[in-house]
Design a binder for this molecule. Structure first.
Ligand code: PNS
Length: 167
């Protein structure tokens, strides 16, 4: 039997988010996605008319520090774009997201179906690490703003940046 070898195609996935700021839950999902795909693009999607807590430049720099050592990951920012268009531009066939529970699923499912409807891009859900089930960027900021300790829930550079921002 003759085996026809087609050219290897890079399997690329996108981990999208606003990353304001990146948490250990995000890092866990990106690391696991990097084990499943040839390349992962961490896509920081932001709305240019909405100001976040951290500037886009700071968010990118915190992502770079937090994901150091994961070789097949790159980080890019996109302003005011549909996620499906970003995926097409990057030639990514999958979106990877972490699910912390049923509430996340209820929120994410319509978006996954809409994205599939728009361009056919698939969404892969990874069960979130239970250690970070209660962790979201907004909750982290609220707790940090009022002096609560978020050590262990965010990467060290983010911990330091939160202290500077809210001191
Ligand atoms: O970290 P977040 O805030 O939960 O990330 C949400 C994000 C950026 C992934 C989502 O809002 C998104 O995909 N935005 C891009 C705009 C878009 O494509 N909207 C239609 C989704 S069906």
């Amino acid at each position: 039997m003759t085996h026809v070898t087609s050219p290897p195609q890079l399997r690329r996935a996108v981990c999208p988010g606003s990353y304001d700021p990146v948490t250990n839950g995000h890092v866990d999902v990106v690391r696991r996605a990097a084990g499943l795909f040839d390349e992962v693009v961490v896509a920081l999607l932001h709305n240019p008319t909405k100001q976040g807590t951290f500037s886009v430049a700071d968010r990118l720099s915190l992502l770079a520090d937090s994901l150091e050592g994961i070789d097949n990951v790159r980080i890019e920012a996109f302003a005011g774009r549909l996620l499906v268009d970003v995926c097409s531009e990057l030639d990514a066939r999958a979106i990877v997201k972490g699910l912390r529970g049923g509430t996340d699923f209820a929120y994410e499912l319509p978006m996954a179906l809409m994205n599939k409807h728009l361009t056919g891009v698939e969404t892969v859900f990874l069960p979130g690490d239970p250690r970070f089930e209660h962790v979201s960027s907004s909750l982290i900021k609220e707790v940090a703003q009022h002096g609560g300790d978020v050590a262990g829930l965010v990467p060290d550079p983010v911990h330091a940046a939160l202290r500077t921002t809210f001191s």
